[in-house]
Ligand binder design. Sequence first.
Ligand SMILES: NC(=O)C1=CN([C@@H]2O[C@H](COP(=O)(O)OP(=O)(O)OC[C@H]3O[C@@H](n4cnc5c(N)ncnc54)[C@H](O)[C@@H]3O)[C@@H](O)[C@H]2O)C=CC1
Ligand SMILES: O=C(O)[C@H]1O[C@H](OP(=O)(O)OP(=O)(O)OC[C@H]2O[C@@H](n3ccc(=O)[nH]c3=O)[C@H](O)[C@@H]2O)[C@H](O)[C@@H](O)[C@@H]1O
Length: 466
Amino acid sequence: MRVKRICCIGAGYVGGPTMAIIAQKNPSIAVTVVDINANRIAAWNDENLDNLPIYEPGLSEVVKEARGKNLFFSTAVDQAIEEADMIFISVNTPTKTYGVGKGMAADLKFIELCARQIARVSKSNKIVVEKSTLPVRTAEALKSILDNTGNGVNFQILSNPEFLAEGTAVNDLLNPDRVLIGGDIDHEKGKEAMQALVDVYASWVPKERILTTNIWSSELSKLTANAFLAQRVSSINALSELCEATGADDNEVAKAIGADSRIGSKFLQASVGFGGSCFQKDILNLVYISRSLGLAEVADYWEQVITMNDHQKDRFAKKMVSTMYNTVSGKQIALLGWAFKKDTNDTRESAAIYVADELLAEQAQLHVFDPKVQKQQILNDLKTLNTRSEEENANLVSIYNDPFKACEDVHAIAVMTEWDEFREYDWQKIYDQMMKPAFVFDGRNILDAKKLEAIGFSVFQIGKAN
Ligand SMILES: NC(=O)C1=CN([C@@H]2O[C@H](COP(=O)(O)OP(=O)(O)OC[C@H]3O[C@@H](n4cnc5c(N)ncnc54)[C@H](O)[C@@H]3O)[C@@H](O)[C@H]2O)C=CC1
Ligand SMILES: O=C(O)[C@H]1O[C@H](OP(=O)(O)OP(=O)(O)OC[C@H]2O[C@@H](n3ccc(=O)[nH]c3=O)[C@H](O)[C@@H]2O)[C@H](O)[C@@H](O)[C@@H]1O
């Protein structure tokens, strides 16, 4: 069968960009992205493309090309489900904050709600595609809900996890290393459904990069891919501390080991700790699944990746305090960057939030600047930690639109996000306006330490003996 109408439930960081590319590359398919968040949908429909709810390089051009032709954003969820022959579920699957599995398991309530809604509304056969990242064997639960609460129509469930990274989403979608499609390969209807989805991607992805597997392998591969990537960052971050203590240089070590093609050079950039909405959540989920199955050693193995990451954030904040004569109480500190990485406005689980919280606990006054993150987002992030009242946070944290103003009269600057523009600043001008000694803590190793030291700064970088 050829797909004519696609509905995607969830207009977030995955649903929006993924559907925009699918629509752009398949002019004959009508793609409707729906969400219960009316503000988000309004922003996707905004005439002014600068107001799209998600900042991703290159995304507004794709949306401009396809929107209104075969790409639609709507809050009419039932209607879009009913009309579609293929439905992607791309809703959020955060870590549970209550009950059994609190702090570890994925919260699947949004997924279940989608399944019940699809079952209730559908009057014709549908292919239901898991786009969200889910624990292995979720398709079993989905099938049970769909078949037991539906109107007797046939549902085929596929797993099609998304591997895009924020900040490079458009390029990742246009040139994926692979597209993974899991389904019921033992039955004719399952194979047909898989082929229908293969055809959607084959409009622009070379066939050899479209992998088909059984559904459990596909579900598990997504969690595992993130766990392996995060593990590399935690590994190099663990080594960065050893470098600091021995005089080895983490960049040189990363280059030396990365040159071995069996290891490879990517994801070996030491940092203040990985952030983002997925690494931590997905590894915790993997740990939870393993522990639930009685696999204690497997669970402990993966949990260490998170322990290491927490340690990296914590030791960065502690290093700042100890370097500044063991007290930052009443001192002004500028944080450059709040997003969890460059080229995105996403701040979920950003290391900056945790470093800021530790510095605030030490009674520092913070000046925050990020090129793409809004003031309210920064205050909300601190609020979610629940460490102090909103009023206290607002009194201790000032948020700036101008990096030079943020750095005026401060005792120290900490680089939290690797935004390219930070490298280009007039650091002499910044130095002249700062308190002395002027400290820079480069949590991303992006600044030219020699140049800064020549100006007069005291510089700390991750993984370098200081
Ligand atoms: N953010 C990323 O880079 C990646 C995320 N993923 C996975 O994709 C999934 C979605 O992630 P994001 O797009 O980042 O989340 P998000 O939070 O940006 O977007 C999810 C959207 O779903 C909507 N939603 C929730 N329940 C709904 C319902 N019942 N009906 C209609 N809309 C509903 C929410 O309002 C929200 O706008 C997660 O499982 C995540 O792990 C996978 C790969 C990359
Ligand atoms: O499931 C997901 O959501 C996605 O998670 C990650 O993508 P993302 O979180 O957007 O960003 P990454 O580029 O992976 O970076 C994650 C964090 O690790 C940090 N990082 C990354 C690489 C590195 O060498 N060092 C390092 O500290 C980044 O700064 C960032 O804080 C994966 O890279 C995607 O393949 C996956 O689809």
